[in-house]
Design a protein around this ligand. Structure first.
Ligand code: NCD
Length: 366
C-alpha cells in the first residue's frame, strides 16, 4: 500500500510525530504529542515577545512585514468563534493575508468533489491551511497526503472531532505558565519557570469524554513531572482509557473524582468544560445530572488564593458568571493569550521566530 494511504492512528506515536516534522521541528501541527517541554517554553517565550513588540506602532509594523508574502486558508467547517477569530487576528498581526471556507455547501463538494481533493486544491493557492473538521483523523490524514504532493504546505489542526485541539492546549498551558511564573514590570513574564506545575493539582471538570481541549492539554501537562491531575466527571462523561493509559505511562499522579465541591479546596487550577451534546444526536447526555460539576461563586471561600480558573469557552451553566470578576478567573485572559500564542505558532511554523527574537533583543533588552 502507498504510504500516504496508511491510517495514521494505527501507527506508534513517535512515528506519527516524525511524519509531521521537517528539520526536527513541527511542520504540520496536528497532535499535542508533538510538543515537548522545551518546545512549549520556546512558544510561550515567543508569544510573550510578540505581545510586547505589538504594543507600539513601530513594533506592530515590524511584525506585519514578517509574513506579508504568505497566504493562509482558514478551512473551518465546524462552528467556531474564538479559534477562527484568534487565528484570523494572529494572521493579521504577522501580515499573513487570509481567506476562509466555513461551509462546505458553498464549495465544489456539492458537485461531488471529495473533501480531500478540495483541500488539495486549496493547497495550490495558499501557504498554510488552518483547519477545523468534525472527522477525528481528517487533518492528520490530509497532512500525510500533502506530504506526497509536489507543493506541500503545513496543516494546522484547529480542532479535530472529539480527538484533539492542540493550539487550544498551547494557549491553555501558556495561561497556566503566566499564572504560576512571577511577572516583571508591565505584567510581562521575563522567565518562564522550567516546571512550575510540580506539586500543583490541576482538575479537569465536566464532559471529559468528548472534550478535545482536555485531551490535548493532558498530553502537554504530562511533560511536567510532579503535576497531579484530577478528572472530575460523572461516570458517563469520564476521560477515556487511552488518556488514562498515557498518564499512567508517564508516571503522573492522577485520580478520577465524582464531585467538584469535594476537591475544589485542593486545586491550584480548575479547567471547566461544557457538555458536548452536539456529539450526542439522541440527546441522552442532556439527562445526566451535572449539579456536582458546576463551579459556583458560593465555593469561593474554599478556593486557594492563587487558584487559576480556566475554560476554553463557550460556557453554559457549569461556570457561575458571578466568578467573572474574581481575580482567579483567567478565562478572558485565556482568550487573549490565544491570539498571541497562535501568532507565535504561525511565526514558528514559517521559521520567522528568529527575526522576532532578534528584534526583541535589540529593542527591549537592556
Ligand atoms: C472548544 C472546542 O471547540 O473544542 N472551543 C474552543 O475552541 N475554544 C470547546 C468547546 O466547544 O466546548
Amino acid at each position: 500500500m502507498d504510504a500516504s494511504q496508511e491510517d495514521p492512528s494505527q501507527m506508534p506515536t513517535a512515528h506519527r510525530v516524525a511524519l509531521l516534522a521537517r528539520d526536527d521541528r513541527p511542520f504540520h501541527v496536528i497532535l499535542a504529542q508533538q510538543f515537548d517541554r522545551e518546545l512549549i517554553h520556546t512558544l510561550c517565550r515567543l508569544a510573550e515577545r510578540v505581545r510586547v513588540i505589538a504594543e507600539t506602532r513601530q513594533g506592530a509594523n515590524f511584525l506585519r512585514t514578517l509574513l506579508s508574502h504568505k497566504r493562509a486558508m482558514l478551512y473551518f467547517i465546524q462552528p467556531s468563534t474564538r479559534t477562527f477569530l484568534s487565528f484570523s487576528a494572529a494572521c493579521q498581526i504577522l501580515g499573513l493575508s487570509n481567506n476562509e471556507v466555513r461551509d462546505s455547501s458553498t464549495s465544489s463538494e456539492v458537485k461531488g468533489e471529495s473533501e480531500e481533493d478540495t483541500v488539495r486544491v486549496l493547497s495550490q493557492y495558499f501557504d498554510v491551511i488552518i483547519m477545523r473538521h468534525p472527522g477525528e483523523g481528517f487533518a492528520e490524514s490530509i497532512a500525510h497526503k500533502l506530504n506526497h504532493m509536489r507543493r506541500s504546505i503545513p496543516i494546522i489542526n484547529g480542532g479535530s472531532g472529539k480527538d484533539q485541539h492542540p493550539t487550544q492546549a498551547l494557549l491553555d498551558i501558556y495561561t497556566l505558565h503566566r499564572n504560576f511564573s512571577p511577572a516583571g514590570p508591565g505584567g510581562v513574564i521575563r522567565a518562564f519557570e522550567d516546571n512550575p506545575f510540580a506539586g500543583k493539582t490541576v482538575a479537569f471538570a465536566g464532559d471529559l469524554a468528548r472534550g478535545r481541549t482536555v485531551r490535548s492539554l493532558v498530553y502537554l501537562l504530562c511533560r511536567y513531572p510532579g503535576v497531579r491531575l484530577l478528572f472530575v466527571a460523572p461516570d458517563e462523561l469520564q476521560i477515556h482509557e487511552d488518556i488514562l493509559e498515557h498518564v499512567g505511562q508517564q508516571n503522573i499522579e492522577h485520580e478520577l473524582c465524582g464531585s467538584l465541591p469535594d476537591v475544589v479546596a485542593d486545586c491550584d487550577a480548575i479547567y471547566m468544560t461544557r457538555l458536548q451534546d452536539e456529539h450526542d444526536l439522541a440527546g441522552e447526555s442532556k439527562k445526566i445530572n451535572l449539579e456536582d460539576f458546576r463551579l459556583d461563586a458560593a465555593m469561593k471561600d474554599r478556593f486557594k488564593p492563587k487558584l487559576a480558573i480556566l475554560h476554553p469557552l463557550p460556557r453554559r451553566k457549569e461556570l457561575d458568571v458571578r466568578l467573572d470578576t474574581d481575580p482567579r478567573a483567567k478565562y478572558w485572559e485565556q482568550v487573549r493569550n490565544g491570539m498571541w500564542m497562535r501568532a507565535a505558532l504561525l511565526a514558528f511554523v514559517f521559521n520567522v521566530d528568529g527575526a522576532i527574537i532578534d528584534h526583541h533583543h535589540s529593542h527591549y533588552s537592556h
